[in-house]
Design a protein around this ligand. Structure first.
Ligand SMILES: [Zn+2]
Length: 117
């Protein structure tokens, strides 16, 4: 009850900050070249508009590894598709299943990480 009232007061005072959980979401950032430093919770889409060739992100499991995903459809390697949802929330299709390192298997959907078994 008390907590509920406090939440309402908080929302009333700071309506713009009503989505604190959103700070953990993965967002899309478009860049011309492969970035030298990879920030957490960003999916870098590397290339020019209409010719994006790679997506780069830091593994969400916390292992610190940088994951690079091929976006070029005409190559024989597995291909991913990055969608920038409203608010630049990232969606990655299909799932990412690492064959090395931490072997994480996850989906990025509307900026949220969903772990696969
Ligand atoms: Zn990892």
């Amino acid at each position: 009850m008390m907590k509920c009232l406090l939440q309402r007061l908080f929302r009333w005072l700071w309506p713009a900050k009503a989505e604190p959980e959103n700070s953990n979401l993965f967002r899309v950032r478009r860049v011309d070249d492969e970035p030298k430093t990879i920030e957490d919770r960003l999916v870098y889409v590397v290339g020019e508009p209409g010719h994006e060739w790679e997506a780069v992100l830091r593994c969400p499991c916390g292992c610190g590894d940088v994951i690079k995903l091929n976006l070029l459809r005409f190559e024989k390697r597995p291909t991913w598709h990055v969608v920038a949802n409203p608010g630049n929330k990232a969606t990655l299709i299909p799932s990412v299943w690492r064959k090395t390192g931490c072997l994480s298997h996850f989906i990025v959907s509307w900026g949220e990480i969903r772990w696969c078994p």
